[in-house]
Each structure stands twice: as structure tokens, then as C-alpha cells.
Design a protein around this ligand. Structure first.
Ligand SMILES: C[S@@+](CC[C@H](N)C(=O)[O-])C[C@H]1O[C@@H](n2cnc3c(N)ncnc32)[C@H](O)[C@@H]1O
Length: 269
């Protein structure tokens, strides 16, 4: 499954339903350091900066900043009109606009801090998006990308790969992992960000999802792009096979899915 296929991206994020499922899973089942304190530490905001969050989804990040007392202008941009509508309804004290990362309706050098959280693996061209981010950031402004590392959730993909191998009708499940790491990870991302800004700093956060039952794992898999492509009969088979494989794993105790994320920061010098 390609993370950059425009049809899949539009379908996946037409509303926040699929993303919401995954966000709730992370909220409920994460063990270890949360992402938000790492983001806050990397940004070290004073509260007055003009912040632009690109690929803002349902807008929770900027909504949180406003709620915590950020007084500077906060703008979220997202390609999906559905996401923008959801974000605007949830956070009326933040401005949300529908726009693509590589064509932002934003004046040159007018942003102090630009964030791109879990979205650069979806853009058609990472260098084009980074060039646009650099254009809107003021000299001295700062950029932060958050992304998944190469081995992110390896145990989950081993599970879907095993299901894919178990019978021909489920072969498509081998694409559940997708090509997110190839599209934008800590490895190629570091090189791209350095090329765009002339500097980059990478920090990693290590945590895990720990499950004691199959249902939330199934819900997570069913929220992903590859699953949406399965026919109804294949989905029914997929559920049965995945449940059996999960019950085998859970018989040995809580099942741990590791998640290492990367924060890539740069200054617009
Ligand atoms: C995985 S979600 C991340 C949402 C949010 N940043 C978060 O971390 O929860 C990816 C978001 O990027 C948006 N997106 C995808 N391609 C985009 C593009 N080319 N320009 C702007 N937003 C895009 C999607 O609509 C979706 O809301």
C-alpha cells in the first residue's frame, strides 16, 4: 500500500473516523513515554509564536496549545476538507484552512514555528513540501516533523504478514505495513530536512502498545488503508484469521507492539 496514493489518502482522511480509532488506541494502550511531552520539549514555545501545523488532522495539537494558554496566532492546514471542518468545529479559537503542504496559502516568512506531524509520508514530494515550509517560515523560525521510524510497530506487521501467508484470499494483508518508512522516516527524513534547511536534529522516543485482548488490535488494523481495499468476504476471513493468530499470541500474556517515533527539528537560518 503506498502512503502517497492520492485516492487512498483522500479516502482514509475524508473524515477523522479511521484516524480517531488509532488515536484512541494510542491513548488507551500506550506504555512508556507519551509523544506530546517530547514535542513540547523540542518546541520549547513561549506562548506568543505564530504556529502553523500542516496536516493538522482533527486539530488536537493546536487546540491543546490554545487551551494551555498559547496567545500567538495558531493556524492548522490540512488537505482534507472533512478534517478541516472537524478541527474548526472542535477548536473555534484556532484558524483552520484547507490546503496542500506544497501550496500553502500563507505569506512568505510569516510563521515562527511550523510543525508537520505524521504527515510527510503522505505528500507527493517531500522536497517540494519542505521548500514550501521554508518559504513560509521567517529567518530564525523553527521546523519540527514527527514521523514513524523504520521498525515502527514491527510486531503488528508480522501479524498481518502471517495472516496474508495463511491463505491466498488474504494475500493483500501483506500490504498493511505500507511504504511509510520509505516515504518519510528518520533515515531519509534526516537527509531531506538537512538538505532543505542546512541543519537537522533528530531525537527518538521509545514506547509500546500493550494489548491484553484481540478487539482493539483488530479495530486498529481495520482502520488502515490496506484493509479498506479488501472485499467484504475477505474482511470476514481476515477477521477470523487475525483473531486466531492474536489469541495464540495473547495466550502467552500481554502482547507488546513497539513504537519508536522520530522528531526531526531544524532552524531556518
Ligand atoms: C496521519 S494524519 C496526522 C494528523 C495529525 N497531524 C496528527 O498527528 O494526529 C495525516 C494528515 O495529513 C493530511 N494530509 C495528507 N496529505 C496532505 C497534504 N499533501 N497536505 C496537507 N495535508 C495532508 C491528511 O488529510 C491527514 O489529516
Amino acid at each position: 500500500m503506498t502512503a502517497r496514493n492520492p485516492t487512498d489518502v483522500a479516502a482514509q482522511y475524508a473524515t477523522d473516523a479511521h484516524l480517531r480509532t488509532r488515536m484512541l488506541t494510542h491513548e488507551r494502550y500506550t506504555v512508556g513515554p507519551e509523544l506530546e511531552p517530547a514535542v513540547d520539549a523540542a518546541l520549547a514555545l513561549t506562548g506568543t509564536e505564530r504556529v502553523l501545523d500542516v496536516g493538522c488532522g482533527p486539530g488536537g495539537f493546536l487546540g491543546r496549545l490554545r487551551q494551555q494558554g498559547h496567545t500567538g496566532p495558531l493556524t492548522g492546514a490540512d488537505l482534507s476538507p472533512g478534517m478541516v471542518a472537524t478541527a474548526q468545529a472542535a477548536h473555534p479559537d484556532v484558524v483552520y484552512v484547507q490546503a496542500s503542504a506544497d501550496a500553502l496559502p500563507v505569506v512568505d516568512a510569516s510563521v515562527d514555528v511550523l510543525t508537520a506531524r505524521h504527515m510527510l509520508y503522505h505528500v507527493p514530494s517531500v522536497p517540494d513540501a519542505l521548500r514550501e515550509f521554508r518559504r513560509v517560515l521567517r529567518p530564525g523560525g523553527r521546523f519540527l516533523a514527527v514521523t514513524n521510524t523504520d521498525g515502527y510497530m514491527a510486531q503488528l506487521w508480522a501479524l498481518t504478514d502471517e495472516a496474508a501467508r495463511s491463505e491466498p484470499s488474504l494475500t493483500a494483508l501483506s500490504r498493511t505495513r505500507g511504504d511509510f518508512a520509505t516515504a518519510f522516516s528518520e533515515v531519509n527524513g534526516e537527509a531531506w530536512v538537512r538538505e532543505a534547511f542546512g541543519n537537522v536534529h533528530v531525537t527518538l522516543t521509545d514506547s509500546a502498545l500493550v494489548f491484553t485482548e484481540a478487539a482493539p488490535v483488530l479495530a486498529y488494523i481495520e482502520s488502515l488503508m490496506a484493509w479498506q481495499r479488501l472485499g467484504e468476504g475477505q474482511q470476514e476471513r481476515g477477521r477470523a484469521v487475525l483473531t486466531r493468530l492474536l489469541e495464540d499470541r495473547l495466550a502467552a500474556g500481554p502482547w507488546r507492539v513497539s513504537k519508536r517515533m522520530a522528531l526531526l527539528s531544524a532552524a531556518h537560518t
